[in-house]
Design a protein around this ligand. Structure first.
Ligand SMILES: NC(=O)c1ccc[n+]([C@@H]2O[C@H](COP(=O)([O-])OP(=O)(O)OC[C@H]3O[C@@H](n4cnc5c(N)ncnc54)[C@H](O)[C@@H]3O)[C@@H](O)[C@H]2O)c1
Length: 495
């Protein structure tokens, strides 16, 4: 049953007679509607009335109307205004650009802008790699979308996608000091998206593709990775896969099973499911059985989609067929990234002993987590109101921080596995793992630096193994010229 949450928090300004019972009457009226009061502030007090702001978590617009009606029904009470706190947070947008340098006088201007800036431009023109040191490129990421698969809302277009992309940018900044900027494109044409990403790439150290529908997202990412010399990462795919793999490592520890003995069912083979399967295969489970809207994916299904054919070839060693219920029978792990309410508690009961269930469809999971918990030992969801929230925020800020710090030009599976292990280690390291704690809190401040360092280390060692990247200090004309203060700038890596 849904519970009132902060995503639908309202503040009701109401005036009432200043009786001794006024506060109790108002809060009781609100509480009776099922709302959860989080603040009560008297904003005005007069001889004949008080004015109060009641802030509460509600369920929906209808519930907000119920709250208003309940207050207005009190003798002498009048609701003046109802403010939706989520909309208030969005007024004027959630992010902005700030200057890091002083601009107080002519001297400052001459260095930050003309004429001084021209020398920096000339240095970069001679050695474009210096843009990573002398410009915001070193810590900038484009959050690029076509608005075609936004949250669970579907194809709502670029303007409507902007609040999500702004939120993502705010998270990048908060958790990893990365300067991310929304790039919402007014096209859903694959070629135009690719070309636009290429054209804007010089200003960024990486591109985070976001909320682009499958299967277009696969081609866009693959072709951009071929063409660009900055990392390109579709978070809906790989961010999810990283966190799922980290969580699974700890869940397996709880049930004392080895992945090589486990049959894993992945329900949903869109953006998230495909990436999960790909990363999971690196860890050699006994078998993976993929399921989509048409049932178990297998060779004999006659799928024409190249992507589904590839999944059929790489999974389902025993050639299973049938619906989801047949896939989960006897399975050790269920990972759902598909649609709400596909699985019953009875289905979960048919899984192997000590089953692990990750039901990640948002906002409603594949199976009610409380029902699943009756038969499974570890249950995780994408929701914040249950234990074990699988949230991409655990991965993408630190992942990009690591890439940027390493001046990485590409993304490898090794980096993603290192990030997954880093997330698992934050919980596992101090022997803190239990059935309700397989992933750290998104507010654990150690997560992002730990992920960043793990990714940076793999990126740098990959560069060294490959004969050194283009990003080392030796490649810098400025460093070679011995410009004073350069070392200090290098230390300003973001954390
Ligand atoms: N961290 C998280 O919790 C997290 C991360 C990523 C995605 N998700 C959730 O996972 C879901 C899928 O996301 P996506 O981006 O991969 O979407 P997508 O549209 O790319 O893929 C959806 C997949 O689900 C399958 N599917 C749909 N209905 C089904 C059914 N009735 N039975 C079996 N399979 C069915 C489709 O065939 C498709 O393969 C969404 O609900 C999303 O919110 C959660």
């Amino acid at each position: 049953m849904p519970v009132p949450g902060p995503g639908y928090s309202i503040t009701v300004r109401v005036e009432a007679p200043p009786s001794a019972t006024a506060a109790g009457d108002l809060t009781t009226a609100v509480g009776r509607t099922g709302a959860v009061i989080t603040a009560f502030d008297v904003v005005e007090s007069h001889a004949d009335r008080i004015v109060v702001d009641i802030t509460c978590n509600s369920l929906s617009a209808d519930h907000a109307d119920d709250i208003t009606e309940a207050l207005e029904a009190l003798p002498g009470a009048r609701v003046r205004k109802v403010s939706d706190r989520t909309f208030l947070v969005h007024l004027g947008g959630k992010i902005e650009v700030n200057s890091k340098v002083a601009l107080a006088n002519r001297d400052d201007l001459s260095r930050a802008y003309t004429p001084g800036v021209a020398r920096v431009c000339t240095a970069i023109a001679k050695n474009p790699e210096d843009a990573r040191r002398l410009t915001v490129k070193r810590s900038s990421v484009a959050v690029l979308t076509d608005g075609s698969a936004v949250l669970g809302l579907g194809n709502i277009g670029p303007e409507a996608a902007l609040p999500v992309m702004e939120g993502k940018a705010a998270l990048f900044k908060k958790f990893a000091g990365v300067n991310a900027w929304p790039v919402c494109l007014d096209t859903q044409d694959t070629e135009e998206i690719i070309r636009t990403a290429e054209l804007i790439a010089p200003a960024y150290g990486g591109i985070n593709l976001e909320d682009i529908a499958a299967p277009r997202c696969f081609e866009i990412e693959a072709r951009l990775r071929e063409r660009l010399n900055i990392p390109v990462f579709h978070d809906d795919q790989h961010g999810t896969a990283i966190v799922v793999l980290g969580a699974l490592r700890n869940a397996l520890r709880v049930v004392d099973k080895d992945l090589s003995d486990c049959r894993v069912v992945v329900c949903g083979v869109g953006a998230a499911g495909s990436a999960i399967i790909r990363l999971l295969r690196q860890k050699n489970p006994a078998d993976i059985v993929a399921v989509d809207v048409d049932g178990i994916v297998h060779d004999g299904r006659g799928d024409t989609d190249e992507h589904l054919r590839a999944i059929a070839a790489e999974t389902n060693a025993e050639g299973r067929t049938g619906p989801l219920g047949d896939a989960v029978r006897g399975a050790d792990v269920f990972i759902g990234v598909s649609a709400p309410n596909l699985l019953s508690a009875e289905d979960v009961a048919t899984m192997n002993d000590d089953a692990i269930v990750f039901a990640l469809a948002n906002p409603d999971p594949e199976v009610d987590p409380l029902e699943a918990r009756r038969h499974a030992t570890v249950v995780a969801t994408g929701r914040s109101d249950y234990p074990n929230q699988i949230n991409n925020v655990l991965a993408f800020p630190g992942f990009f921080r690591g890439l940027l710090d390493a001046h990485a030009h590409e993304i490898t599976d090794e980096m993603m596995l290192a990030a997954a292990n880093a997330i698992a280690d934050v919980v596992d390291g101090n022997d803190r793992v239990n059935a309700s704690f397989i992933v750290p809190s998104v507010f654990d401040s150690t997560v992002s630096p730990t992920v960043a360092e793990a990714v940076r280390r793999v990126a740098v060692s990959g560069d060294e193994a490959g004969g050194g990247g283009q990003g080392g200090a030796a490649g810098s004309s400025v460093a070679a010229a011995g410009v004073p203060g350069f070392a200090d700038m290098e230390e300003d890596a973001g954390f």
